[in-house]
Design a protein around this ligand. Structure first.
Ligand SMILES: Nc1ncnc2c1ncn2[C@@H]1O[C@H](COP(=O)(O)OP(=O)(O)O)[C@@H](O)[C@H]1O
Ligand SMILES: [Mg+2]
Length: 249
């Protein structure tokens, strides 16, 4: 179980303190899927980076299965089974897709059919990609899918996918959505999906809307989903979704 207790992340701006994440508390139970949504710049990726340990909170506590992991490094958290697929993944010049998947899988060379099954989950044909380098010759969408596959290759307890829909065509997207569901169920893996996609939101056991660094809404999919598409009088989108993330009451 993941618990965030009053997590804040503040940075010094030019003339004032910027509250990128502001007093966020939430709980994610084992095997459940949490979808985080909200406007661009709202603080979603920062929240993911705080959970992964790429950033350290200014205040608050992160607990994972009852253990306080707030002070742990990225690699210590990775050893506990936490993984994060970046919104914009890095490239690995000189490393092939097979080598990258093998590394993610724990170092034992992976059979072609295992690579194939992983790559097909993200809509890539292994024959075309397995020996390609993860370098600038791959498109943004291809690197993104390969990174998602590396996370799926690991036996994680908590996987965080940051806007996995980016760069994925409609056909592959259906497969990907189904893969998230299956992996979470089969391995009892907790999954955090940061997404704007309705189809991904349909997977959620729990949903939160993050805007201006704060949780604006939190609850089950049934509770939150209708609020996302709620419109106010003039046809403008509801406040929490339409203000570009600068919603400070
Ligand atoms: N270390 C940082 N220093 C200054 N500003 C930051 C830092 N990290 C994030 N931000 C800013 O915080 C806001 C939230 O960013 P982010 O978490 O990437 O939002 P989202 O993923 O919801 O689009 C953005 O305006 C971003 O530029
Ligand atoms: Mg983001």
């Amino acid at each position: 179980m993941l618990t965030l207790k009053n997590i804040s992340f503040h940075v010094e701006g030019e003339d004032k303190k910027l509250e990128i994440v502001d007093d966020v508390s939430l709980t994610l139970e084992d095997g459940k899927i949490l979808v985080i949504t909200g406007p661009n710049g709202g603080g979603k990726s920062t929240l993911a980076r705080l959970i992964m340990g790429i950033e350290k909170p200014t205040s608050g506590q992160i607990l994972f299965n009852g253990r306080d992991i707030t002070g742990l490094s990225i690699s210590e958290r990775a050893k506990l089974g936490i993984g994060y697929a970046f919104q914009q993944p890095p490239r690995f010049k000189g490393m092939t897709v097979r080598e990258l998947l093998t590394l993610a899988h724990g170092g034992n060379r992976m059979a072609e059919c295992d690579c194939c099954s992983l790559l097909s989950k993200v809509g890539l044909c292994a024959r075309d990609y397995i020996d390609r380098e993860v370098d600038a010759s791959l498109s943004g969408g291809e690197v993104k899918r390969i990174e998602i596959a590396t996370l799926m290759a690991r036996n994680l307890k908590l996987a965080i996918y940051d806007e996995p829909e980016a760069g994925i065509d409609l056909w592959s997207f259906s497969k990907l959505v189904e893969s998230f569901r299956v992996i979470s169920r089969q391995h009892n893996e907790s999954v955090i999906l940061i997404s704007h996609q309705e189809r991904i939101m349909q997977l959620a056991d729990e949903m939160v809307i993050v805007s201006g660094g704060k949780i604006r809404e939190q609850g089950s999919r049934e509770e939150i989903f209708p609020k996302l598409f709620r419109e106010v009088g003039s046809g403008e989108p509801a406040c929490c979704m339409g203000n570009g993330g600068n919603c400070h009451e």
